[in-house]
Design a protein around this ligand. Structure first.
Ligand code: LLP
Length: 422
């Protein structure tokens, strides 16, 4: 998807002028369209779509999705508090975390749904909140992710309780009178749709072992196509056989299960653009490379460095009158941090391998729009590395008006918690 489909050149110039660069820009229309698509996921006995808020936890986005009828998945106690602070009702928040917060009993009592993600977590919940309804996150024995770093199921994943330990789960629950009401099986990000469907069926078999379970949460992980070479997920196609499996389950057991999905990427990835400016253009001589240096990088966009992720790029000339028939150039696009790992155009899946991208010939001062930047960009970056301040975020309303939803960090804010030694 071309970044200018989300942010037109005219709007890009005016946002850059008003708020400076780098700046994240999100489209309300695109966010709402994705929410509607997720809410149309096929289901048999009811559906809740949870936004995996780790992808983009800014309050204005949470409120927008709240208004669109989504619920929320939090991955730490801190995320739960952040959602509540944004005005999200506790009953709409589900917590699945590697690190149970000390105040989990308080959260549970307030109505937050909590999933035990290990046997030790189940024990802790039993000790602190005996008699409560809880969920369990199970590792269904199989995972799938776009990269090894994002596969969270199978024997190499530490997430959830291994599927062969369901006896221990029932035993722990019985001892503490915990009522297991939900099973959760998220297997990874960028999952293969076929594996996702198989795991959905396997998860239903696991639910048979828990008579009190009323809800099955199959996680997120739906791929989106950020660049032309990638294939996105058709949620209706993925969900149709899963709905049929839920229907069979209901016929066989008399239990109409409620389905939950919790996408992060699908809901926000292609709804955001990172708007940056070309700082400099350098080269390494004949037969060498031509580098386009941006005023952003791993400080706002870590995914290429971390996963070798691909993001679409478009140059928008600073001068609105610049002609359209400008020759293309092969640029290696790099970030502003002082290390060679700050590479925007790496080879797919290979963070260390330089890959040139054909872009409109650029001049320092031109804008560079980086697409696919809605998910895990503002939320997941090498913040303040080289002491670059956190970039602001802007939401373009359905009326076409850009509004600031997070300010640029100041130097004062960056250092405010530092103290004199002694
Ligand atoms: N549910 C749970 C429990 C999760 O841990 C995650 C993501 C999701 C849902 C949402 O997955 P999604 O629909 O976004 O694939 N930082 C990576 C992805 C890793 C996310 C980890 N957990 C990225 O930049 O692609």
């Amino acid at each position: 998807m071309n970044p200018t489909q989300i942010l037109s050149p005219e709007l890009a110039r005016s946002v850059a002028l008003r708020h400076g660069t780098p700046v994240y820009v999100y489209s309300q229309a695109a966010l709402e369209r994705q929410a509607r698509a997720a809410l149309a996921f096929p289901h048999a006995g009811g559906l809740t779509v949870r936004f995996a808020m780790k992808a983009l936890p800014t309050a204005a986005v949470l409120r927008l999705f709240d208004g669109a009828g989504l619920h929320f998945d939090a991955s730490s106690g801190h995320e739960v508090w952040r959602a509540l602070r944004a005005g999200i009702a506790p009953a709409k928040v589900s917590l699945s975390t590697q690190e149970l917060p000390a105040e989990v009993a308080e959260l549970l009592a307030a109505g937050v749904r909590v999933n035990a993600c290990s046997l030790a977590q189940l024990e802790t919940l039993g000790r602190l909140c005996p008699g409560s309804p809880v969920g369990v996150r199970l590792n269904p024995g199989r995972g799938s992710g776009g990269t090894g770093k994002t596969n969270v199921g199978g024997p190499d994943a530490s997430f959830g309780i291994w599927h062969e330990y369901t006896d221990a789960v029932r035993e722990g629950a019985r001892r503490h009178r915990l009522e297991i009401v939900r099973v959760h099986t998220h297997i990874g990000s960028g999952s293969d749709p076929g594996v996702w469907q198989e795991v959905a069926r396997a998860s239903l078999s696991l639910v048979r072992e828990f008579p009190g379970v009323r809800t099955l949460n199959l996680g997120g992980g739906f791929k989106v196509a950020r660049v032309a070479e990638e294939t996105g997920t058709d949620l209706r196609a993925v969900g149709a056989p899963v709905r049929a499996a839920f229907e069979r389950f209901a016929e066989e057991t008399g239990r109409a299960l409620h389905l939950e999905i919790e996408p992060g990427t699908y809901l926000v990835a292609n709804c955001g653009v990172l708007l940056a400016r070309v700082q400099d253009i350098t080269d390494t001589g004949l037969g060498g490379r031509c580098f386009l240096k941006l005023d952003t990088g791993m400080t706002e966009l870590l995914r290429p460095t971390l996963y070798g992720a691909q993001h679409p790029l478009e140059i928008v000339p600073a001068d609105a009158g610049a002609g359209g028939d400008v020759p293309g150039c092969d640029y290696v696009v790099v970030g502003h941090c002082c290390e060679s790992g700050d590479l925007v155009t790496c080879a797919p899946g290979m963070p260390e391998v330089l890959s040139a991208r054909r872009l409109r010939q650029a001049q320092p001062g031109d804008l560079c729009l980086i697409g696919g930047a809605g998910a895990y960009c503002a939320a997941m970056s090498a913040k303040n590395y080289n002491s670059f301040p956190e970039a602001p975020e802007v939401l373009v309303g359905v009326d076409g008006v850009p509004r600031l939803i997070r300010r640029r960090q100041t130097l004062e804010q960056m250092v405010q918690n530092e103290l004199e030694a002694g």
